[in-house]
Design a protein around this ligand. Structure first.
Ligand SMILES: CC(C)(COP(=O)(O)OP(=O)(O)OC[C@H]1O[C@@H](n2cnc3c(N)ncnc32)[C@H](O)[C@@H]1OP(=O)(O)O)[C@@H](O)C(=O)NCCC(=O)NCCS
Length: 162
């Protein structure tokens, strides 16, 4: 157990979140695999700090040394389903932090009956294993970017079995 604390974002997190966004694995397993540009990132981040993105909620995970180790958030689909997303600082992966962070987030911010799902690009083994630990099962694979012939990646929505 890491005894993580989850707290809201502040503008002081912008640089750290930028580094996490542009980490090579995060790019590889994001719908938009291109690295973010700083100016665009700051605009995006400011909106989230100010809670201006409808149906979205962001939290930073902090360890007992006060170090920010990950970002977890939810977005809400038109049918009310919550998508849960997460990324862990590359220096702190494979230590159980992702699992604990998502566990805390689900307990603290999602109502128990709320269905939640995780869209995961096929081959993202740590994320697939994490989702499986929450009882989620993979759905049918679809292309990540069907309009881009050069992008052969597939994505599946992991959800609780009906
Ligand atoms: C996905 C991610 C958040 C997982 O965080 P983490 O702190 O490493 O996760 P955990 O340590 O809790 O491990 C979760 C599971 O993945 C496994 N795992 C971790 N790193 C792994 C690796 N490099 N290869 C294979 N399995 C791995 C762990 O063993 C564990 O599975 P198990 O309990 O069945 O053994 C992290 O890898 C990450 O930030 N990746 C880049 C961003 C990303 O892909 N986000 C998700 C988009 S859907």
């Amino acid at each position: 157990m890491h005894n993580l604390t989850l707290r809201p974002l502040t503008m002081a997190d912008a640089q750290t979140a930028f580094m996490w966004r542009n980490d090579s694995d995060t790019c590889r397993f994001s719908r938009d695999s291109k690295p973010a540009q700083w100016a665009g990132h700051v605009g995006w981040f400011t909106k989230r700090v100010n809670g201006l993105a409808d149906g979205e909620l962001y939290r930073i995970a902090v360890n007992t040394d006060g170090i920010s180790v990950g970002l977890v958030w939810t977005t809400t689909e038109p049918d009310g389903t919550h998508e849960v997303h997460y990324r862990v600082d590359p220096n702190y992966r494979d230590e159980g932090i992702g699992t604990e962070m998502v566990q805390c987030f689900i307990k603290g911010w999602l109502v128990a009956e709320d269905p939640f799902v995780c869209p995961i690009i096929v081959g993202n083994e740590p994320s697939e294993r994490l989702a499986a630990k929450f009882g989620l099962m993979p759905g049918k694979p679809t292309r990540v970017n069907p309009k881009d012939e050069t992008d052969k990646r597939l994505i599946r929505t992991w959800a609780k079995a009906a």
